[in-house]
Design a protein around this ligand. Structure first.
Ligand code: SME
Length: 150
């Protein structure tokens, strides 16, 4: 789908009369349904002050990784680095938490509220080498919009 149209769809979800939880769920569903190689889309947020991430809304297969300690896996590393993490081939990563053999690549973009990294969007793909700078830019847009309602 055209990225501009997708951004407009995200904007509509953000400004709708709806709870934050429902909006986040709709964003997961929209992203997964609109971009063929987004096979799992979820939000992790910092869990209290425990230096761990907790899974919130997601679209795709259920995962047992509902709590991820800071520093562990791709998600846990982004909680510490505050930077986007694009993994083109997960088999080359030592510090990686597998969510199933089908996953070949992953992208994690942090969400900042008042300059603080408070969580992230995490996307898994069944295709290797699939994410580009366009995904990063688009997902940064999504994360900024999400930050505006938190
Ligand atoms: N692969 C992630 C774990 C979360 S799942 O992808 C849903 C990681 O290494 O942090």
């Amino acid at each position: 789908m055209n990225i501009k149209v997708l951004q407009q769809n995200i904007d509509k979800i953000i400004i709708a009369e709806n709870s934050v939880d429902n909006k986040l769920q709709e964003i997961c569903n929209t992203l997964k349904n609109s971009i063929s190689y987004y096979n799992w889309v979820g939000f992790y947020f910092n869990h209290e002050n425990k230096k761990e991430l907790k899974l919130a809304q997601y679209a795709g297969e259920e995962t047992e990784h509902t709590i991820i300690p800071f520093g562990k896996g791709i998600c846990g590393q982004v909680a510490v680095s505050n930077e986007n993490f694009v993994v083109q081939d997960v088999s080359e990563q030592d510090n990686y938490i597998s969510c199933g053999w089908k996953v070949k690549s992953e992208i994690v973009i942090p969400i900042f509220v008042n300059g603080n990294n408070i969580g992230q969007i995490d996307i898994d793909s069944h295709s290797a080498n699939i994410f580009t700078e366009k995904d990063e830019q688009f997902l940064e847009y999504v994360c900024k919009k999400v930050a505006s309602i938190l």
